[in-house]
Design a protein around this ligand. Structure first.
Ligand code: UDX
Length: 489
């Protein structure tokens, strides 16, 4: 058992602290936000994460996990994990000020010879920079990079059964000290230098985002040539060199990490004289998906007086209440700007969504959101939406357009019920209007509208980029992007 401290009780910090306690360590978690600290001490978790509340209550009871607002709480710790936010700066680079502040605050209390373990996703070279600070050298402290790869919704599971534990250290000895902390997990340990560990974190997220954007581009081609993108993804994913994960086409990627990390990586590249045309394209395709969705919905309702669009799902993915970077919000903002009445439902994320987009009429149940709607956008593939009573949905809605932003619904069934089913590159027989859809000039989703007329051709950048409360930042040109503000790690 080691004495550990974790600075920051956000998504990453809280999961890390609770899981480190679970694998046998004594953990002190430092949270400087008083409100959050009070909630934690009362056993009220500020985030939803399966399995987390059980771990937190188990280990606050057995004394292996405690919360404090004082850095003095790290005095006994041999290892201090830093898990504070690194939000995007105005130019797209990761803002490391919270990390540096945390380091400054902990040094006066740190045990000589203790190790700072950086969990936060930081620009390459940050750990080296901290290791070189005079105050760190004077305190005889070591600095190790130990990036997290936790997905929201499965973060506890990801911690307890990781694909790998990455440790970036200045020597094998330091790497081994940190590796020992994870001995109970029996996970593969990859010990490298600090810079490689930092870059690997960005590369992993950027590659996952690339796969999604690539399949989204394929979905446009599939739509144009009357192929089915889901089948294409299945076939491609069966290649063992490729694998099936992160090939699902739709509205694209959001969340607290992918948007920020793609921007930060291109900023790291720009600052080091490297061009990143792939990252640029990955980002642009992602933005295009949202623009396309908004434009298709506008095509469906433009001619209607006081049009109503219902959005089902506001979280950036299912099983979370997090709306950061969520495609739904960017699309909602665009619709609102066009004078559309937007009603929405989400099982978990209504409160968070309402905070950033008060103009959306948030409803407590999906049918209420669908009342009188001319078109429906499925933006998050919550299971309960597939299980809706679609006959009732048909009776509840005023129109019959369904844009399946996650290729998650049964398009054939919806077509049989009389819905006009639009998707991102699924086979054209799923298109429920009974008409052979026309192919767009640029290969983009070729769905016919109510009168059989094709919606407008969409091209990259045809209309202004969506930029709402930092939810959907503009396309960047190497290191010159506006900010995606993050509320926590
Ligand atoms: C991600 C990384 O997976 C994790 O390792 C990292 O440390 C934090 O960022 P997370 O943000 O929780 O995790 O979400 P993830 O499950 O990776 O999904 C990201 C986005 O991609 C979501 O918006 C999701 O809807 C979208 N996605 C995912 C797709 O559009 N298609 C896919 O095939 C997979």
């Amino acid at each position: 058992m080691a004495q550990l401290a974790v600075v920051g009780a956000g998504y990453v910090g809280l999961v890390t602290a609770a899981c480190l306690a679970e694998i046998g360590h004594q953990v002190t978690c430092i949270e400087v936000d008083e409100g959050r600290l009070c909630r934690l001490r009362a056993g009220d978790l500020p985030i939803r994460e399966p399995g987390l509340s059980q771990l937190v209550s188990k280990h606050t009871l057995d004394g292996n996990l405690r919360f404090t607002g004082e850095y003095a709480g790290i005095a006994a710790a041999g290892f201090v994990f830093i898990a504070v936010p690194t939000p995007s700066s105005k130019d797209g680079s990761a803002d490391t000020s919270y990390v540096l502040q945390a380091v400054d605050s902990l040094i006066p209390h740190a045990r000589p010879g203790s190790v700072i373990v950086i969990k936060s996703t930081v620009p390459v070279g940050t750990a080296d920079k901290i290791a070189g600070l005079a105050s760190i050298l004077a305190a005889g402290m070591e600095v190790v990079s130990n990036p997290e790869f936790l997905r929201q919704g499965t973060a506890v599971q990801d911690f307890m059964a990781p694909d790998r534990v990455v440790i970036g250290a200045s020597s094998p000895h330091e790497a081994a000290r940190v590796a020992d902390l994870y001995a109970a997990l029996e996970a593969p340990i990859v010990a490298v230098d600090r810079r490689s560990a930092e870059l690997a974190k960005y590369a992993a997220n950027a590659l996952l985002a690339t796969r999604i954007s690539f399949m989204n581009e394929i979905s446009h081609i599939a739509a144009a040539v009357h192929a089915d993108v889901d089948d294409v993804a299945r076939i491609v994913g069966l290649d063992r060199r490729i694998g099936p994960a992160f090939l699902k086409a739709g509205l694209g990627w959001g969340g607290s990490c992918f948007p920020k990390d793609v921007l930060a990586l291109s900023s790291v590249a720009a600052n080091n004289g490297c061009r990143t045309p792939i990252l640029q394209a990955v980002y642009e395709v992602n933005e295009l998906q949202r623009e396309l969705a908004a434009e298709l919905l506008m095509d469906a309702v433009r001619a209607i007086r006081d049009p109503v669009v219902a959005i089902l799902g506001l979280a950036f993915k299912p099983n979370t209440d997090d709306v950061r970077g969520s495609p739904a919000l960017g699309i909602a903002q665009r619709l609102l700007a066009e004078g559309v009445i937007v009603r929405a439902h989400d099982p978990f994320a209504l409160v968070n969504a309402n905070r950033v987009l008060p103009g959306v009429d948030c409803r407590p149940d999906p049918y209420s959101a669908l009342e009188g709607a001319d078109a429906l956008l499925l933006a998050t593939e919550w299971e309960e939406y597939s299980a809706l009573d679609w006959v009732l949905v048909r009776e509840t809605m005023r129109g019959k357009t369904v844009l399946d932003g996650r290729n998650a619904l049964n398009g054939v069934f919806l077509g049989e019920l009389g819905f006009r089913y639009w998707s991102f590159g699924r086979a054209t027989q799923n298109n429920g209007n009974g008409l052979a859809p026309k192919v767009h000039a640029n290969g983009v989703t070729p769905h016919a509208d109510e009168n059989g007329a094709s919606p407008k051709v969409h091209r990259n950048g045809v209309f202004p980029k969506m930029d709402m409360n930092g939810v959907v930042p503009k396309v960047h040109a190497n290191g010159t992007h506006p900010s995606i503000r993050e509320a926590g790690v």
